[in-house]
Design a binder for this molecule. Structure first.
Ligand SMILES: Nc1ncnc2c1ncn2[C@@H]1O[C@H](COP(=O)(O)OP(=O)(O)OP(=O)(O)O)[C@@H](O)[C@H]1O
Length: 688
């Protein structure tokens, strides 16, 4: 007999929820792998499992729940709370609040590293570099080693960081990484080694960790059996979501925490693995059962509750052509007579017009904008659509484009706080000092050198005479730093303090200071949700919010808006109606993927992930030609495209195909002629 709150689950979901939990309360069961196809209720099942553990007496403080994003962790906690409230009533809040170990792998890693800092010889005040900071620091080291002046071109800082990151996350020797992924760089192996070892030393001297370090240090830490035991014993239950997108370091951490697999549950879908560019490996999920003896139990969820049968048939068709996979075909009882659309349009501008027209028509018939989404492979693909939406006054929010934290002013304000937190962080210090008038890179570098060796760097900073030309700004800067060091005003008052110091500089440096100020206020609001400065900086660096106010901005929550999202950022979400842009070769698969068969398989899965986000209606749009990137606004370089290779003719039966606008013969002839004799374009290029 199952508890009533489990009655809504299907038989397999319920088995997954109850695994290891007997009638007489909670026991710690053996390892469990839940293979959960798209829309099969993975989030629902995992939330029920956590709630069921708690209801049956598991200690929520001893449950570790790791998700792919912070948003997913928050969503999961909310669901657990709701279920527990149903069962336990008013008293459940105390229990679910105690579910303190829910977060991303990187976030949890950062917390554990602070707890165990002393034991592994790490300074507890470390700050975390995001990708851009890491690339900047790599660049400094690259200069210092003279590698930027080499005769033939040394790889850029971005490439260097990507190589470093891949080697670390996949636990693969450098020469192999170069051979398989960056063959054109293999001549630089020795220099890259030097660079990476300089980079590691610089990070240590400055007391900073980068993203990869959070996993790497954690893996090293649990490489010590007694520490591994100690950390593993903090948790009775470890649950991991989206296991298909974890990398080798993550799986090694997990296996070290729970070597026998007791209390370990992982959930994932190999057909949705889309993060190999971050060194995630689908092998983690494929190999999970046999990592234990006896092997882990496997429960497969293949009933889809999201999409109509016709949408599912098309998605199944696409993924059936994949090479290797665990997941069976999904099934549903949601019948529908309408097949997904595969629609050909002339170009990107028609694509935008079509989507606007459809989105508005859907809204007319009662579907909110929020229930509709437009998905694309790459952030830049939505450009023409964004223009059209703005022109027609249709509110939208874009996910997966420019991150909030990438904008200069937000980085500036964070640099103030980061430097106060860890004055050895040269990237933050360098940025901050140069905000002061009269201080350039050289002076900034010298100041940082002077304070670097002092045990109290901020006190040492206060003793430095004001640099010439910095005027009264220097004194107020020092006041701010000393105030932040003392932390008297508490959190989040400190960020307000930093902002009021920064505002005059913002106005001096930027013409559009007012718009930027709105972002800073938003940042301050976000800051109020964190206990202290350190948690705020850590969490924000690890999982930054999207969008800034000079982009689309996140409208007020009660406003209705259309969602624009990269497929990667659409992971785990669902909408009633989904449109996909540029379903053509070159976009998906992206012409940036290296063309190896692994890469192509991943692009195929991306299309599948996008298609399976749709509940009731799905439209794939195929523009016949589109403009290529990297040219000025009036440029006319374009390419002719063909439908993605992932939908070969054999799959057309699953779609309703058509063109838009439904043009008369005359009109289409005229437009064909326009394409052939593009006089205007010739005129424009005459003077180049
Ligand atoms: N037992 C069930 N009965 C009815 N509806 C369900 C059941 N389980 C899940 N659902 C519904 O199915 C949809 C998909 O669930 P969920 O978001 O948990 O899927 P998912 O497996 O995480 O999907 P994906 O991996 O594709 O992101 C949701 O709308 C959810 O409410």
């Amino acid at each position: 007999m199952s508890a009533t709150y489990l009655e809504k689950l299907n038989e397999r979901q319920r088995r997954a929820v109850e695994h290891g939990i007997g009638g007489d309360g909670v026991t710690v069961g053996g390892p469990l792998l839940i293979i959960a196809g798209a829309g099969s209720g993975k989030t629902n099942t995992l939330a029920h499992r956590v709630a069921h553990l708690i209801v049956n007496g598991a200690d929520p403080r001893r449950i570790l729940l790791m998700t792919f994003s912070r948003r997913a962790a928050a969503e999961m906690s909310r669901r657990v709370e709701r279920i527990c409230a149903q069962v336990l009533g008013a008293g459940s809040g105390v229990m679910t609040d105690a579910l303190a170990w829910a977060g991303t792998f990187h976030g949890i890693g950062a917390r554990l590293l602070r707890i165990y800092a002393e034991q592994i010889g790490l300074n507890v005040d470390f700050t975390i570099h995001d990708r851009e900071d890491s690339a900047d620091l790599l660049n400094v080291v690259r200069h210092e080693l003279g590698l930027s002046k080499t005769e033939s071109r040394f790889p850029t800082k971005g490439t260097c960081l990507a190589i470093y990151s891949r080697a670390v996350n996949s636990q693969t020797p450098l020469n192999e990484v170069l051979r398989s992924w960056y063959p054109w760089v293999s001549g630089w192996e020795q220099q890259l080694k030097e660079l990476f070892s300089g980079y590691v030393e610089a990070k240590q001297a400055q007391n900073v960790l980068d993203y990869d370090d959070l996993l790497l240090y954690w893996a090293q830490m649990v490489g010590d059996p007694s520490l591994a035991d100690d950390i593993g014993n903090r948790f009775d239950h470890v649950l991991v979501d989206e296991y298909q997108d974890t990398n080798k370091l993550q799986s090694s951490v997990l296996l070290a925490l729970k070597p026998g697999g007791r209390g370990l549950t992982v959930v994932g879908d190999d057909a949705q693995a889309i993060y190999s560019f971050r060194a995630a490996t689908v092998r983690n999920i494929l190999d999970f059962p046999d990592a234990f003896s006896p092997p882990a139990d496997v429960i497969t969820l293949d009933r889809n509750y999201r999409s109509t049968q016709t949408i599912l048939a098309a998605a199944n068709g696409v993924i059936e052509l994949a090479r290797e996979r665990f997941t069976k075909n999904l099934w549903t009882d949601r019948q529908s007579a309408v097949r997904p659309k595969l629609l050909t349009v002339k170009d990107e501008s028609d694509q935008a017009n079509y989507i606007v027209e459809q989105v508005l028509a859907n809204r007319e018939s009662g579907m909110l904008l929020k229930q509709q989404a437009v998905l694309f492979r790459t952030s830049s693909h939505s450009g023409p659509l964004e223009v059209e939406l703005t022109r027609r006054n249709i509110p939208f929010v874009k996910f997966g484009g420019l991150k909030f934290l990438d904008s200069a002013h937000v980085k500036d304000l964070l640099a103030v706080l980061r430097f106060a937190q860890n004055p050895r962080d040269r990237v933050a210090g360098f940025r901050l000092l140069q905000m002061l008038p009269g201080i350039g890179p050289q002076t900034a570098g010298k100041i940082l050198d002077v304070i670097a060796t002092d045990p109290e760097p901020l006190m040492a900073l206060g003793e430095i005479p004001a640099p010439p030309k910095s005027g009264p700004d220097w004194a107020s800067f020092i006041d701010l730093m000393l105030a932040l060091r003392k932390s008297d005003s508490g959190w989040p008052a400190e960020i307000a303090l930093a902002r009021s110091w920064y505002e005059p500089h913002l106005e001096r440096m930027h013409e559009d200071a007012e718009t930027r100020r709105a972002d800073l206020l938003q940042l301050e609001q976000i800051a109020a949700g964190y206990h202290n400065r350190e948690r705020f900086l850590t969490e924000l660096t690890l999982d930054p919010p999207d969008a800034t106010s000079d982009q689309a901005g996140v409208p007020l929550l009660d406003e209705d808006y259309l969602v624009l999202s990269t497929i990667h950022s659409a992971k785990g979400q669902e909408w009633r109606s989904v449109f996909m842009l540029n379903v053509v070769d070159g976009c998906i698969p992206s012409d940036l993927s290296t063309g190896t068969s692994d890469d192509l398989e991943e692009e195929r899965r991306l299309l599948y992930v996008g298609m399976t986000r749709a509940k009731d209606s799905l439209t794939l749009v195929v523009p016949q030609r589109f403009f290529t990137g990297g040219q000025h606004a009036q440029g006319n370089r374009h390419v002719y495209a063909s439908r993605t290779r992932f939908i070969p003719a054999t799959l057309l039966q699953f779609f309703e195909t058509g063109t838009w606008p439904v043009a008369g013969r005359e009109a289409s002839e005229r437009s064909a002629q326009q394409i052939r004799i593009d006089v205007a374009a010739r005129m424009r290029t005459m003077w180049k």
